[in-house]
Design a protein around this ligand. Structure first.
Ligand code: PEP
Ligand code: MN
Length: 381
């Protein structure tokens, strides 16, 4: 099997830059056995969180993209967020489009774009990125809306670009492989690419994320490449230079070789294991976030001369956790054991930032010792 590859700058910034990337893609097509180039990507309109940043070169960018498409005879895809953008891109000869993460989660915008696309009978691929929130229903809904407007499934490609992260994570966007692979399992006939650039957020992480995706059985990659990322006008820190793109592909070719050699087909086991890996990572991320907050609490208590342990707070909090955990099907004893560990670690964090008065009791509460044995405030019968 050959993996699909879409690559190019975050934004189309000049014809010259686009030609350099297209030229590289053409040579990859010729020599790279493991990848099949599906197209060059570049944004003409950039959806920015706040106005005032670089918002793309619009029609000038479309003209460069159209020129590159004819000169190099490769598909060129551009992000569209409205019907007007679809018709403008069409005027310049573009036939491949992507719906970005801010658009795919907006049913009105998707309907409008779907209707605009349905007027053309020479469409290329339509890439739909996951919405910012890990809501697979919304992602699926975007495909259903395209279908309802008459855009055939043969044009569809799903792109996993990570989800809006909770703080403190390693990635710019949380990969949530469990969510993405769940979506994939429900849509086995839609080609599934990973955008490691927007997940990683920094160059050094793009290759490891891409390897992970290929290991999880994705069909290819949608990756940001810029001739000189240092002067890129958007997403500077995550774009690969042409040189690092080459080493990136070499590394992946070797990685794919090792996957192929490993060859044993374990059916759904690999998919389930990858989901577990992803959930375990999220557990660690949440714990790390918890201890960050605990340290802040420790500082507050130190500054306000409060003791570290509040037994009444601990008791009522744990009571609520046990009841919530049980409603989720977790074992009561397990929750208590786990919380013993988490709480002991929290005390350690607070002691570290504290004034040195360890295990100072802020209130008497139930009076159990801090080295509880899972029998806290009469919770464990
Ligand atoms: C992009 O691909 O440059 C982009 C804006 O992506 P996303 O919609 O995934 O943020
Ligand atoms: Mn980008």
């Amino acid at each position: 099997m050959r993996y699909g590859l879409v690559a190019g700058p975050c934004s189309a910034e000049s014809l010259e830059d686009l030609r350099l990337v297209a030229c590289r893609l053409r040579s990859i097509s010729a020599v790279c056995g493991k990848f099949e180039v599906w197209g060059l990507r570049a944004g003409a309109w950039k959806p920015r969180t706040r106005p005032g940043g670089f918002e793309g070169y619009g029609r000038s960018a479309l003209a460069w993209l159209g020129a590159v498409r004819s000169e190099f005879s490769i598909p060129v895809c551009v992000e569209v967020g409205s019907a007007r953008q679809v018709s403008a891109a069409y005027e310049y000869g573009l036939r491949d489009f992507w719906l970005g993460a801010r658009t795919s989660g907006d049913p009105f915008a998707v309907d409008e774009i779907a209707d605009a696309l349905s007027h053309y009978d020479d469409l290329g691929r339509i890439y739909v990125k996951n919405p910012l929130s890990p809501d697979v229903g919304l992602w699926d809904g975007a495909f259903r809306r395209l279908e309802r407007a008459g855009v055939g499934e043969s044009h569809f490609v799903a792109v996993h670009r990570g989800f809006y992260p909770h703080g403190g994570a390693r990635y710019r966007n949380a990969p949530r492989w469990d969510v993405a692979l769940g979506f994939r399992a429900d849509h086995p006939s839609v080609p599934f690419l990973c955008d490691p650039s927007h997940i990683a957020g920094r160059r050094g992480l793009v290759a490891p994320v891409a390897e992970r995706a290929l290991g999880y059985g994705f069909d290819g990659l949608f990756v940001e490449v810029h001739p000189d990322p240092r002067r890129a006008l958007s997403d500077r820190s995550q774009q690969l230079s042409l040189g690092s793109f080459e080493s990136f592909l070499d590394r992946l070719e070797r990685f794919i070789g090792s996957l192929d050699a490993g060859g044993e087909d374990r059916g759904g086991l690999d998919r389930l294991r990858s989901q577990i890996d992803s959930v375990d990572e999220q557990l660690l991320e949440l714990l790390s976030r918890r201890f960050e907050i605990v340290s802040e609490i420790g500082e507050w208590k130190r500054d306000h001369d409060r003791g570290i342990v509040s037994w009444s707070r601990r008791e009522s909090h744990l009571r609520e956790l046990v009841s919530y955990g049980e409603s989720l099907g977790l074992d009561r004893g397990f929750i208590l054991r786990l919380w013993d560990e988490v709480h002991a670690e929290s005390l350690r964090y607070q002691e570290e930032v504290g004034s040195g008065g360890s295990f100072v009791i802020a209130d008497a509460g139930c009076g159990y010792g801090c080295e509880s044995s899972g029998d806290i405030g009469g919770l464990a019968e």
